[in-house]
Design a protein around this ligand. Structure first.
Ligand SMILES: NC(=O)c1ccc[n+]([C@@H]2O[C@H](COP(=O)([O-])OP(=O)(O)OC[C@H]3O[C@@H](n4cnc5c(N)ncnc54)[C@H](O)[C@@H]3O)[C@@H](O)[C@H]2O)c1
Length: 344
């Protein structure tokens, strides 16, 4: 078991990476917690949840809304939950986002922790305190930054995670390595088959590495005024592609990372063989690296990015594999470069 500490302005978060199957006995989880989960996990893990207070919501990103939040508030009231209650988000990133938001707003804030069950939630969504819901077409428009008291990660849950969801999580893993660690990226590219096979000993090390990368970034810049922005690598184009084509987040980010790598090449940072290696690694991970798209529509949505600053945007480039750079780029220039890129 490994323990890490995330020190946020909104509180400390203890991140525990458990040995295979140890989660079910973990002592940091208060016994009378109220669990928020989705209907899928409620059924799959009914024996784990059977003696617990459970609020189960429909699964799927389309349910990450304020109206679902209202149904959860109603059920908390039925459970007579008060400010001393403890809420546990048990599920993928959709659940940790919505449970974190509910817990940080119900009665002006109740205590909460997470048990992430998808790869994406384990290495990304559950760590860092960002939570919230979508507002119609606007992703994560409403939310807070509040740290969970704990995040208990147990790779045992990955056994039931569908392969497509696992691959989806790999995109954010590749992103972590590309922005922070050249050596580990090469190692990942070389041993990708062990990850794909879900080889447990390899997976535990891999998850520990990934968790540390995310914690280090958040510890340095919880409120995303500086280096945390680097986690947006691949997202400036990934988000519009996700929205237009309805692709899974990680799949769209994978294509977005190729676009951002090509733009990094145009800036004279990456060379052709770097871009080739990135593309090759994403393909080996089972992720898409191109798709048919209406580029004008992508630009239209990109230019309304909630992170833009007047006519410019903090775009994340790769100076080299393992090192990211935040560059304020005019949206027009970005659009021009994007139009020139040929995605095979
Ligand atoms: N807060 C953040 O910093 C942050 C970062 C990245 C992504 N996110 C958010 O995370 C969400 C995506 O998370 P996700 O990819 O985990 O999606 P998800 O939570 O929607 O889960 C995807 C599917 O996998 C199922 N599932 C989850 N764990 C399972 C398991 N162990 N076995 C079987 N099925 C399982 C779920 O029931 C669901 O059907 C998005 O809403 C995104 O905005 C948040």
């Amino acid at each position: 078991m490994s323990r890490y500490l995330l020190r946020g302005k909104s509180g400390q978060s203890e991140i525990i990476v458990e040995d295979f199957n140890a989660m079910l006995h973990n002592s940091v989880i208060p016994k009378d917690s109220i669990y928020i989960t989705d209907n899928n996990l409620n059924e799959l893990y009914s024996s784990f949840l059977q003696d617990k207070k459970v609020i189960s919501i429909p699964y799927g990103e389309e349910n990450k809304t304020i109206s679902t939040v209202n149904t959860i508030y109603d059920q908390l009231i039925e459970f007579k939950a008060d400010r001393k209650s403890f809420i546990v988000g048990f599920g993928g990133g959709m659940i940790t986002d919505i449970a974190g938001f509910v817990a940080s707003t119900y009665m002006r804030g109740t205590r909460f922790g997470f048990i992430p069950t998808s790869l994406l939630a384990m290495i990304d969504a559950s760590i860092g305190g960002k939570n919230g819901v979508n507002h119609f077409n606007y992703k994560n428009m409403i939310g807070t930054i509040t740290q969970p008291e704990f995040v208990v990660i147990d790779t045992v849950f990955l056994k039931t995670l569908p392969q497509e969801e696992f691959t989806n999580g790999l995109a954010e893993s590749v992103k972590h390595l590309l922005i922070s660690d050249q050596q580990r990226f090469s190692n990942f590219a070389e041993h990708i088959n062990n990850v794909l096979k879900k080889d447990i000993s390899f997976l535990n090390d891999f998850i520990n590495q990934q968790v540390k990368i995310k914690i280090d970034i958040v510890n340095e810049d919880e409120l995303e005024t500086g280096n945390r922005k680097k986690l947006n690598f691949g997202h400036t184009f990934g988000h519009p592609i996700e929205k237009i084509l309805g692709l899974k987040h990680g799949f769209a980010v994978s294509i977005g990372m190729i676009i951002a790598s090509e733009i990094s090449k145009k800036f004279g940072y990456l060379n052709e063989s770097d871009v080739h290696l990135i593309r090759d690694t994403l393909i080996k991970a089972g992720l898409p690296v191109s798709c048919k798209m209406d580029k004008k529509k992508v630009i239209e949505i990109m230019s309304k990015d909630k992170k833009k600053n007047n006519d410019s945007i903090d775009f994340i480039l790769l100076k080299q594999i393992g090192e990211a750079k935040i560059e304020l780029i005019k949206i027009d220039q970005l659009a021009e470069m994007f139009l020139e890129i040929k995605l095979p």
